[in-house]
Unconditional design. Structure first.
Length: 312
């Protein structure tokens, strides 16, 4: 079920049922919001024998505009640039879809991590692979513009701006590249036992990176200088974090735990700011803004909370 809720009241504005009564058909990754439509990815338990993929919904009515099947579907986020969106499939392929029609324009059998997502900037698509390579593709044609080899798997989603591309690798390091030619601008070793994971988040105070253990459990959070010259601060998880990505407002950084607690840290120095315990656990996702947070739990509840003032 895909829904739009009123941000202030929680009232359902519209809802669209994608697969009837199927119990193992999931929305997992972040959506891409275009001018008149929302592009969302789905994945499915292979045992159901069903296909999943990418769906487009009308922003006003929620009507499904198109569906592009991709076998077992897409587990990661949808990213967009120009008139295309880009995803990794559950089998590790990178595909480009036309936003208007859903037509598959090009693809590459990349061997990417299916829970991650590519990055886009400067008319390029940047994608990492389990064979230890970072690629830059022309977003229109899919032509490979450059490739950099690490010798170890790319372990994060890719974050890209007009001036820098960020990627983490399974040897515990973060890297910054030039978008035009793939020149390595900086590399920073973060940990010998934990590896960068999830989605690096670029904020005014630094680049936020979750660190995961060998079981893909998030055990630490680091804030890095945008140039990757140093670690600004590091916080260890109380046990582990269950939010699939870090969320940040202007002044705070937020994560959730298996016990149902959301903790906010000051973005400037990583010091604890506040915490709140929810009745459902574990915490799975956090979103919103400085004056309203939306917290989703694994049992299926969604909460709206006003965060306290914190961090100067």
């Amino acid at each position: 079920m895909f829904r739009e809720l009123d941000a202030r009241t929680g009232k359902v504005r519209w809802e669209t049922n994608i697969r009837g009564t199927a119990l193992k058909y999931f929305f997992h990754g972040d959506v891409f919001v275009a001018a008149d439509r929302i592009i969302a990815s789905t994945d499915v338990d292979p045992a159901t024998g069903m296909e999943a993929g990418v769906h487009a919904f009308d922003r006003v009515s929620g009507r499904r505009l198109w569906t592009q099947p991709t076998g077992e579907g897409v587990k990661g986020a949808v990213v967009g640039q120009g008139r295309r969106v880009f995803v990794y499939t559950a089998t590790g392929d990178l595909i480009a879809l036309d936003i208007e029609s859903g037509k598959r324009e090009w693809s590459n059998a990349l061997n990417a991590s299916p829970w991650d997502s590519p990055g886009v900037a400067a008319r390029r698509v940047f994608a990492g692979s389990n064979d230890g390579s970072l690629y830059a593709f022309d977003d229109e044609t899919g032509r490979i513009e450059w490739r950099k080899k690490f010798g170890t798997a790319v372990s994060t989603s890719i974050r890209a701006t007009e001036t820098a591309v960020y990627a983490g690798t399974a040897d515990g390091a973060m890297h910054r590249f030039a978008p035009k030619d793939g020149e390595i601008l900086a590399s920073l070793e973060l940990d010998s036992k934990l590896k960068p994971g999830s989605v690096p988040l670029i904020t005014p105070s630094g680049v936020l990176v979750l660190l995961a253990d060998s079981h893909a459990e998030y055990r630490a959070l680091v804030s890095l200088d945008p140039a990757l010259g140093r670690v600004n601060w590091r916080r260890a998880a109380p046990d582990r974090w269950t939010t699939t990505r870090v969320f940040a407002t202007e002044k705070t950084v937020l994560l959730g735990t298996p016990s149902g607690e959301v903790t906010a840290y000051c973005a400037a120095d990583g010091s604890p700011a506040w915490s709140h315990k929810f009745p459902d656990a574990p915490i799975r996702s956090i979103g919103g803004s400085d004056d309203m947070l939306y917290v989703g739990t694994l049992p299926g509840a969604l909460y709206a909370v006003r965060p306290p003032a914190a961090c100067m």
